[in-house]
Structures are given as structure tokens and as C-alpha cells.
Design a protein. Structure first.
Length: 191
């Protein structure tokens, strides 16, 4: 009988210690200050742009705005990120964008990040191979060092509002879930 009592006492101590560790971890996560981040508006790389009519272009521009907004809102809602308003950098963004593709410009996003006084800045682009095959990409870098802190691509199937929203949600899930830059499994599928 004393063996059972000893096992029960050891189990109770183990559960008690585990509970304290879990509470401490949860408290540390709750107290961690959110990381400040700016997200540039998503842009479209359309491999079939020559075949688009005006209505297709209008719809795709609306989807780009929808995805940009969804990424910002979902990161903000995660409480792990303090998402900056890009408004104070609108002039700089317009100036930089007037002479070059902001996603292809090395350092442009970091200039915007410095202007907004954030720790991280993200660039997003949607590549449309066809109406069936698209991917949404997010590259986040440290404003001070230029080091990539997150980079992922999410494949989506179908050129619809729903598929684009799901792609944005999948990217945020990967980012908030702590997927590190350069780690295995750099892509995900959202359908």
C-alpha cells in the first residue's frame, strides 16, 4: 500500500510542477509586448495579364486590397503584432512606387518601416499563373538589420474571393504559429 501512496504523491508533485510551468509559460506569452510591423499593400504578378479585360483587372485589384486588409486585421487580432497604419508613410510609398516596383526594390520596404518606426516590415505579392493556380507570398524582414524573419508562399486554387481569403488566413497562421524563415515546409496549400 505504501508503494501506491508514494506513486500517488509523486504523480501529484509532477502535476503540480507541470501546472506551474504551464501557467508561467502562458503568463509570459500574455505579457510579451506585440512586435510592431508595417505591411505593404499586396501586389499582383499576373502571368496572363495580356488576356485580362477591364473587369478582371478591377476584380483582382479589389482582391489585392481585400488580402492586404485581411493580413493586417488577422495579424492585429492575433495580439502578437502591433500593425502600423501606413498613412504617415503614404508620401514615401508613392514616391518610391513612382519609379520602381516596390516588391522588387531592395530596401524600399525597410525605408517605409523606418518612417513608421516599426521593428518589422512585410511585403506581399500574389502570383497568378492561371485562374486555377495562384500563390500568395509574404516576406517579412527586420527593419534595422534587413534580416528575413519570415518568408512563406501559400498555394491557392481558384481565382475567387474565398480562395484568396483562405490563403491570407493560412499565411497568418504560419506567421503567428512561429514558423521560422528558411525552415522546412516553406509552403502550404489553401483551397
Amino acid at each position: 500500500m505504501s508503494g501506491v501512496v508514494r506513486v500517488g504523491a509523486a504523480l501529484a508533485r509532477y502535476v503540480g510542477v507541470l501546472s506551474v510551468v504551464c501557467v508561467a509559460f502562458a503568463a509570459s506569452q500574455a505579457l510579451a509586448a506585440p512586435t510592431s510591423i508595417a505591411l505593404m499593400d499586396c501586389v499582383l504578378i499576373d502571368d496572363n495579364a495580356a488576356y485580362n479585360d477591364a473587369e478582371t483587372n478591377r476584380i483582382q485589384q479589389a482582391r489585392l486590397q481585400m488580402v492586404s486588409t485581411a493580413l493586417r486585421e488577422q495579424l492585429r487580432d492575433s495580439r502578437r503584432y502591433d500593425v502600423a497604419d501606413n498613412g504617415p508613410a503614404a508620401g514615401l510609398i508613392a514616391q518610391l512606387g513612382a519609379s520602381q516596383d516596390l516588391n522588387a526594390c531592395a530596401g524600399c520596404a525597410r525605408q517605409v518601416g523606418r518612417k513608421l518606426s516599426v521593428k518589422q516590415v512585410g511585403s506581399c505579392w500574389v502570383q497568378k499563373v492561371s485562374n486555377l493556380i495562384l500563390n500568395i507570398n509574404l516576406h517579412v524582414e527586420d527593419v534595422a538589420s534587413g534580416e528575413t524573419v519570415f518568408q512563406r508562399s501559400v498555394d491557392i486554387r481558384g481565382n475567387t474571393d474565398l480562395s484568396w481569403r483562405r490563403g491570407a488566413t493560412a499565411l497568418v497562421g504560419l506567421m503567428v504559429g512561429g514558423a521560422a524563415a528558411g525552415s522546412p515546409g516553406s509552403g502550404a496549400a489553401a483551397q
